[in-house]
Design a protein around this ligand. Sequence first.
Ligand code: BES
Ligand code: MN
Ligand code: ZN
Length: 482
Amino acid sequence: MELKLVSANPALLETDAVVLIETEGGRRPELAAYGHLYESGEISGKLLEFTLLHSVPGISAHRVLLVGGGKAEKLDPAAVQRLAGAAVRHIKGKGVRSIAISLDGSLGGAAFVEAAARGILGGIWEPDVHKTTRASDKAVESISIVVPDVTAEISSAFEKGKVIGEAINVSRDIAVEPPNLLTPLVLADRARAIAEAEGLSVEILDRDRMTQLGMGALLGVAQGSDQPPVMIVIRYTPEVPSQDHLGLVGKAVTFDTGGISIKPSEGMEKMKYDMCGGAAVIGAMQAIARLQPPVAVTAFVPSVENMPGSNAQRPSDIVKSYSGKTIEVLNTDAEGRLILVDAIEYAKQLGCTHLVDAATLTGAIVVALGFVSSGVFTNNDGFQSKFLAASKVSNEKMWPMPLDDDYSEQLKCVYADIQNIAGSRWGGACTAAAFLKEFVGDTPWVHVDCAGTAWIDDAKPHLAKGPVGIPLATFVNLALNW
Ligand code: BES
Ligand code: MN
Ligand code: ZN
């Protein structure tokens, strides 16, 4: 599908469908002939109301899709992103080949155009790669965003939205793969292909290399599976060398059975999503390569399969992490933090001055924040403020969570330097973050627990069910705003 930005009068466009947004109490001048629909209340402009009209007098397109935008004062870029996605999902599959989405009046600004581009790409994506008949077989070929005037600012906002939206779909394509087809080695191949296509340098650490380096925490998780582990490293260097070096770390457990501390079978299929953090980081690198932020960025994606094989680690095993700290593994299902700390140490060794990580780390964050916001933890409030500002402009909901010594206290261990779970399960998202913090040290760091937000179990008007691609946009905007 080709996404374009054009300046035109939407009424005169030769296209299969024109999408117009109508807010509550508004009356689109193009629909003067339909006064009766407004008067009867069929068209009210309320949020996500769809009215499909054919052969509208004065409009060249065969169809007009009128989308309710709700209250005008609530129609911000995030809302336009959802509306654009919902409009696309509403008409794709109706045999429509070309669509034009008109943004005019107060919606013509750069932020709205960027949001619409992301919304369109979000809505077009389907989780159907493994269906023998795909929805994309009768797919939309082109979608245009139509504005009255294409300024330089609007055109670069459009490009940015498009680059981020495409990267999000790349990350969703990875995340949606089932665990038999997406093993750590396959993930490494896909990451390499994406990075090389963008001219980024890639390094894949294999088991031997990680053994040499002493990444005992990661290797302990991997040893229960026949699938070999990898650490994927992708580097972006800006044209003008930067003092700072941002490390993006993403958890990529291609399947999490829990290991010997095995999970209940009910709902276990969801654990194919346990690599969403890594998929977001890989996708972010594609967007970063294209948008060229002023800061050096390196991605670190530790990838393993957490299985209860005959060589699996046991509860009570003690492993030595790459940092040198010893860890008592009291629960093999708390594996994300184990692979992350070896990646974090590697990032520090490679000179990262700032770190952010994304991980589907705990069920506890879902208890705390539900499926709405990701939980954000930090050792540096100033850095977290910048991160949250980036999340705002990315339309990705995040909420700051507490992290202090009272959580770290609960990880004190008699037999090793630290234990991988707290004594109590309460506050589990905070004690998981506290575990990471012990390895991060003083490097400014933000941790995103996206266990509740990386995947939607039910489709939304603007998104198919499955992986969502968060927090990719926040990572990219953080680098762009550096
Ligand atoms: N990948 C899971 C996190 C998870 C669990 C997400 C349930 C969604 C639903 C993670 O590896 C995990 O298993 N965490 C455990 C930690 C516990 C053993 C301390 C959890 O949250 O139950
Ligand atoms: Mn687990
Ligand atoms: Zn996990």
